[in-house]
Write a protein that binds this ligand. Structure first.
Ligand code: GLU
Length: 420
């Protein structure tokens, strides 16, 4: 069976919100398309001397609010359809939390686990070189995403700077965010997406008078987002019951210590499979875990017509991009399961990317307290906008989040008009 279209999910979410809010039809035409789509095929020398060809993507959805912004992922499922969807979500995300960025996304279609560090470095450098001036510190700013990290950002930065005229190099460190702190990254960027997930869960809990102490949760994906969200929730006294990634799912009804699981994963290629202090369960059983909160923090299309009926939670907090498709959404809504949608819930990453970008431009270093406080303010404000809009239109939170984003973009297009 061919992979379901992720961009089709975006289109359906967009149409629903655009109809409800009566989005200006001309602006609707503009926002329902991406602006630029770059596909590059490039050769990379492998450790054994062979040459392998790779396909890389960068899609720029919209830059009416600021430079294109969004991550790069390395995964076999990366294709133009997926990257188009992810780029579009980035436009909405930045608009919702009110940061001056547009939407972009990219990646390389590959199985990164197959490659050595030196091969990954050459893939990253050659991809950057192939993208050339399609990225830039004031034009399109990549960041980490699935299977990419601060080290990969450092290689991208170094390659980009090495191909610039010498006198422009120092002024261009903000061409990528999510860099290692020593190379110009921001303190707090590493945990930012997980921290944002937890900040939005806190707001939800406050709204519902729900006590996070003793609350139970389970998480899909134990990479950057899933592991940080889990570890930060621990400080509220919440209890992690299960975790799943490509290596399988582990479950312990008495609770799993997220820090211990993290230490285990570090020694196990980042994977949770085989964790000795929990039992191994299958995917179906994992998804049916009875808990208060489910945090999908892996890939798209996990909560669907097939899986949504089996979920046994009060809240889905979307750490991943696009984990719920429109059929899944409809079932969750009907069943009274609330959703903190991706474009709000996981926006902490791009918010601290914005802080990193600002610090680079101003040659400043903010401390963790300042970063966290500013992140908190941005996310709480975004949460409030979505909550008010959901109440005003009497709609689910994803649709409300879209309405917030589309209203912001509609205003800008109306003010500026369409050239010429
Ligand atoms: N890849 C992350 C996301 O999907 C972060 C993007 C960024 O920091 O630019 O939001």
């Amino acid at each position: 069976m061919s992979k379901p279209s992720v961009y089709d999910n975006v289109t359906r979410q967009f149409d629903k919100a655009a109809d409800l809010m009566n989005l200006n039809p001309e602006i609707r035409k503009i926002l329902s398309r991406t602006t630029n789509e770059v596909i590059v095929n490039f050769p990379v020398k492998m450790d054994d001397g062979r040459v392998e060809m790779f396909t890389g993507y960068r899609v720029q959805h919209n830059n009416a609010l600021g430079p294109y912004k969004g991550g790069l992922r390395y995964h076999p499922a990366v294709d133009i359809d997926e990257v188009r969807a992810l780029a579009t979500w980035m436009s909405w995300k930045s608009a919702i939390v009110d940061i001056p960025f547009g939407g972009g996304k990219g990646g390389v279609q590959c199985e990164p686990g197959k490659y050595s560090q030196t091969e990954l470095e050459r893939i990253s450098r050659r991809f950057t070189y192939a993208l050339g001036s399609n990225i830039g510190p004031e034009y399109d700013i990549p960041a980490p995403d699935v299977n990419t990290n601060a080290q990969i950002m450092a290689w991208i930065l170094d390659t980009y700077l090495s191909t610039m005229p010498a006198h422009e190099r120092q002024a261009s460190v903000h061409v990528v965010t999510g860099k290692p702190v020593e190379s110009g990254g921001s303190i707090g960027r590493d945990k930012a997406t997980g921290q944002g997930v937890v900040f939005t869960i806190e707001e939800w809990a406050r709204d519902k008078n729900f006590d996070l102490k003793g609350a139970t949760y389970f998480v899909q994906g134990y990479g950057n987002v899933g592991s940080w969200a889990s570890r930060l929730l621990k400080s509220h006294g919440s209890v992690l019951l299960a975790a799943e990634d490509v290596s399988g799912a582990v479950f312990n009804p008495k609770g799993i210590d997220p820090d211990d699981l993290y230490q285990y994963a570090l020694k196990n290629k980042g994977l949770v499979g085989g964790y000795p202090k929990a039992e191994t369960v299958d995917h179906q059983t994992f998804l049916a875990t009875k808990a208060d909160i489910f945090i999908p923090a892996a890939l798209e299309n996990q909560i669907t017509a097939e899986t949504a009926p089996g979920l046994n939670v009060k809240l889905v907090a979307e750490g991943a991009n696009g984990p719920t498709n429109p059929e899944g959404d409809a079932i969750l809504f009907e069943r009274g399961i609330e959703v903190l949608p991706d474009v709000l819930c996981n926006a902490g990453g791009v918010v601290v990317s914005y802080f990193e970008w600002l610090q680079n431009k101003r040659s400043e270093f903010w401390d963790l307290q300042e970063v966290d406080a500013k992140l908190h303010r941005k996310l709480v404000a975004g949460y409030e906008r979505v909550r008010t809009t959901a109440a005003e239109y009497k709609v689910d939170w994803r649709t409300a989040a879209y309405i917030v984003a589309l209203t912001r973009l509609e205003t800008v297009y109306k003010e500026r008009g369409i050239f010429p």
